[in-house]
Ligand binder design. Structure first.
Ligand SMILES: NC(=O)c1ccc[n+]([C@@H]2O[C@H](COP(=O)([O-])OP(=O)(O)OC[C@H]3O[C@@H](n4cnc5c(N)ncnc54)[C@H](OP(=O)(O)O)[C@@H]3O)[C@@H](O)[C@H]2O)c1
Length: 295
């Protein structure tokens, strides 16, 4: 088989970089022979990524400008599509998938999505499920890489934790937070091995945790008492918008917190560990490795 070219859109973001790091480790280990192209919005981001990952090719594209896509797709066999944190996720997915089809060379799209997308119960799920459905109907081979709330997001709660309170509005609910480094490794494994066509993977973290469990982990690792406080929806919303979150996104997070609170995502799935070939990172491991952020 000839050398495959993989295009990663969203490559400069958290998951894109985690995937590039995992792919680079595979290349160093001589485990893979692929060309990696990263699609980013500016030459400055392209230069950043070339500095970090000297083996990558770069292409400038913008999902808001579908006319920029064709050139980036030339010779691409596989696309890893990571949508941004934007309200127009559906339009972005459609533009990227249309361009993949039009390229004639792309055979398989790995689509970054969210656990529970298929239930379309909340805005984030509906946004990603629209992309999943469009891809499934496209005739291209597809893989949905569905993930859940990242451990790394908790950096956004560090100020409260430092002052002894973990303000997190999930009531009595539990869910299993997931590590972005693990996701990158899982994505790299999917992108470089066969047999993932037309499958949806549901990736959660390794353990179900309640708000109290989170607080206990922060207490244990930092050595300082941290209490769990579950604010009501209005307080969560105003605190998110007050710290600069766009309203659509803040409302989306409140919906997600309510879903967690109702234990509608209280599941630990086997897919992540199977795709990794090792245990997933626990929250305690993540917080311990990043203790300085939380003390
Ligand atoms: N936080 C969570 O717990 C969680 C869980 C599941 C899913 N998700 C969602 O999963 C996705 C990936 O997460 P992430 O943390 O890796 O996101 P991220 O760090 O925000 O990265 C998203 C990337 O999308 C790019 N992008 C945005 N608009 C674009 C456009 N018009 N054209 C081309 N590229 C564009 C951004 O480019 P620039 O670098 O140029 O800005 C960025 O590199 C996001 O949609 C996120 O909201 C989040």
């Amino acid at each position: 088989m000839s050398k495959q070219t993989i295009l990663i859109i969203g490559a400069a973001g958290n998951n894109g970089v985690a995937t590039l790091e995992a792919l680079a480790r595979k290349q160093v280990a001589g485990n893979t022979d692929i060309t990696i192209r990263v699609g980013v919005r500016s030459e400055a981001k392209a230069a950043d990524l070339r500095a970090k990952f000297p083996n990558v090719e770069t292409a400038i594209l913008d999902l808001d400008k579908p006319e920029t896509l064709a050139a980036a797709y030339v010779g691409v066999d596989k696309l890893f599509l990571i949508l941004g944190n934007v309200e127009q996720r559906e339009a972005h997915a459609k533009a990227a998938i249309d361009a993949a089809k039009a390229s004639g060379s792309v055979k398989h799209v790995v689509f970054y999505s969210v656990v529970g997308a298929e239930y379309e119960a909340i805005l984030f799920a509906r946004q990603f499920r629209a992309g999943e459905k469009y891809l499934e109907a496209s005739g291209l081979a597809w893989t949905h890489l569905r993930t859940i709330f990242f451990q790394e997001n908790l950096v956004g709660w560090a100020d409260g934790i430092k002052q002894g309170s973990f303000y997190f509005g999930i009531g009595e609910g539990r869910f299993a937070p997931l590590n972005v480094g693990d996701i990158g490794e899982i994505a790299a494994n999917i992108l470089t091995t066969a047999g993932h066509e037309n499958k949806a993977y549901n990736i959660t973290g390794p353990e179900l945790l309640s708000g109290n469990d989170f607080a206990q982990i922060f207490s244990k690792v930092t050595g300082k008492a941290v209490q769990y406080v579950s604010p009501d929806n209005a307080t969560t919303l105003s605190s998110l918008t007050g710290s600069g979150w766009p309203e659509w996104q803040a409302k989306g997070l409140v919906e997600l917190f309510n879903l967690f609170g109702d234990n509608l995502a209280a599941v630990v799935t086997p897919d992540g560990e199977q795709l990794l070939g090792r245990p997933l990172t626990t929250l305690e491991q993540y917080v311990s490795a990043n203790k300085a952020v939380f003390v």
